[in-house]
Design a protein around this ligand. Structure first.
Ligand SMILES: Nc1ncnc2c1ncn2[C@@H]1O[C@H](COP(=O)(O)OP(=O)(O)OP(=O)(O)O)[C@@H](O)[C@H]1O
Ligand SMILES: Nc1nc2c(ncn2[C@@H]2O[C@H](COP(=O)(O)O)[C@@H](O)[C@H]2O)c(=O)[nH]1
Length: 197
């Protein structure tokens, strides 16, 4: 099936991107496929290699980048992250809507490609609430948390650049944010469902 637009979910660390996209994929079986990024950070409890991320080393990732295997890659909070060409191609080959989770630097790089995704920004209600959610997630050291909050401030400023995102969702309430996300993607979801029926 041609013409399915990928979806880029961006927003600061802790905004709720993974929570929303995991629910979207689970609730729409056979509709969405997650573009599994590479990262050099350590897996969190419960994260699976090849599903949440391809966990790798700096050396291996740099080698692949040098060989042109990545669409985009960044440094975030002291670790490398990136979207390989294979990650996106694997999803598109299955005729699924490809969902990408990335920071705003990645968004800028994707804009230089011909992927033509729908760009969605997930915004926390405030930096204070973001900090509270990140602390409650209990995944970060104090140092990593501070780096993420610093990056979040820059990220939220850059997100205001006109034309950067197609839609902004304020994640003050997870049910409302999820309903908004579903509404935005309704036309794309229908395309896949109709093609399958
Ligand atoms: N609306 C909400 N209200 C309260 N807690 C929320 C809400 N949305 C998400 N959370 C919680 O906030 C934390 C951060 O959410 P999540 O991990 O989905 O963020 P993220 O944007 O994917 O972060 P990262 O980019 O670091 O992976 C999680 O513990 C999640 O359960
Ligand atoms: N530019 C990219 N950013 C990515 C990619 N995969 C994830 N991310 C972003 O990194 C931060 C931190 O993620 P975490 O899992 O360590 O909390 C977050 O903002 C993600 O959106 C990628 O491939 N490219």
């Amino acid at each position: 099936m041609s013409g399915l637009r990928p979806v880029v979910l961006s927003g600061p660390s802790g905004a709720g991107k993974s929570t929303l996209l995991k629910r979207l994929i689970k609730d729409h079986e056979g509709v969405f496929g997650f573009s599994v990024s590479h990262t050099t950070r350590n897996p969190r409890p419960g994260e699976k290699d090849g599903k949440d991320y391809h966990f790798t080393t700096r050396e291996a990732m740099q080698e692949d980048i040098d060989e042109g295997k990545f669409i985009e890659n960044i440094m975030f909070s002291g670790n490398m992250y990136g979207t390989s060409k294979a990650a996106v191609e694997d999803v598109l080959a299955k005729n699924l809507i490809c969902i990408l989770d990335m920071d705003i630097q990645g968004v800028k790089k994707i804009k230089e490609t011909d992927l033509n995704p729908i760009y969605i920004y997930i915004q926390p209600p405030s930096i204070e609430i973001l900090e509270k959610r990140l602390r409650e997630r209990q995944t970060e050291t104090e140092e990593s948390l501070q780096k993420r909050l610093e990056a979040a401030r820059t990220d939220m400023e850059l997100s205001k650049e006109p034309g950067m995102f197609d839609v902004l969702i304020i994640n003050d309430n997870i049910e409302r944010a999820y309903d908004e996300l579903k509404d935005i993607l309704n036309d794309e979801i229908k395309k896949v469902q109709e093609a399958k029926s």
